[in-house]
Design a protein around this ligand. Structure first.
Ligand code: F6R
Length: 241
């Protein structure tokens, strides 16, 4: 695992964006798995023009959404669906075949999980996964206590996730369950990058990187990944020894 501490959020986001573009150097048809939320937003904002102006043919790239709130419609601006379309898929002009998001409205969510797993397997696995870290150490919606052996699954959200998650919504929204890729898919991704910024993330970043590797801090599992990079700004890295 490599830990890089950038001077500020802009530089950190640029580092993440460059790494996303670099994936195309080794593969013309990469599979990305992408988080939504505040942490990667600027990285996507930088990645989009970099890729559009690079001359790279990205028509064979595929993007997979990491997770989704169950009970939130895709056109709700607080949904992961809306976020990824707005900041990444639509600005890139992706065709519908180029992205796959969880259908959190599916009648059979277990079948939806298996369909996502099958989609990833058919694509040959995930090449690059970009994740954030929750205030409770979650990755995607892999909450504290999660089973690291899981692939896609439905999860009861932790109290921290439901309260912190309100920040994405204009109105108070009931956030009880989520659907997410699992830690096994994080472990299997060929490359994983975690982005975290701001002082409020400093304690959980410290716990994830320097505390025990434990399901209580799911992000700590990145330390067992064969190719993981942690991109922090100075504030998020401020409690590292
Ligand atoms: C979102 C996701 C979450 C967030 C995490 C941090 O798709 O997977 O795990 O990455 O909650 O959220 P922000 O970046 O808003 O601090």
């Amino acid at each position: 695992m490599q830990v890089l501490i950038a001077e500020n959020h802009e530089e950190q986001s640029f580092q993440a964006a460059m790494r996303m573009v670099d994936v195309f150097r080794t593969k013309p048809d990469p599979v990305f798995c992408v988080a939504s939320g505040d942490s990667p937003r600027l990285a996507y904002g930088l990645f989009v023009p970099l890729l559009l102006h690079s001359g790279i043919d990205f028509s064979r790239a595929t993007f997979i959404g990491l997770d989704e709130w169950i009970g939130v419609m895709p056109d709700n601006p607080g949904s992961c669906h809306y976020f990824l379309r707005r900041y990444l898929f639509d600005p890139l002009g992706l065709s519908p075949e180029q992205f796959r998001l969880f259908d959190a409205q599916a009648d059979d969510l277990t079948a939806e999980c298996r369909a996502m797993d099958a989609f990833i397997a058919e694509k040959g696995g995930i090449d690059f996964m970009l994740v954030g870290i929750g205030m409770n150490g979650h990755i995607g919606f892999n909450e504290p206590g999660t089973d690291p052996g899981l692939r896609s699954h439905v999860v009861s959200l932790d109290a921290t996730t439901t309260s912190v998650g309100q920040k994405y919504f204009a109105e108070k929204t009931s956030l009880k369950t989520g659907i997410t890729l699992g830690l096994t898919q994080l472990a299997e991704a060929r490359k994983a990058v975690l982005v975290a910024s701001g002082a409020r993330k400093a304690p959980i970043v410290q716990a994830a990187l320097e505390g025990p590797v434990s399901t209580e801090v799911p992000a700590s599992f990145l330390r067992r990944h064969s190719d993981a990079t942690i991109l922090l700004d100075r504030e998020a890295g401020s409690q590292l020894k």
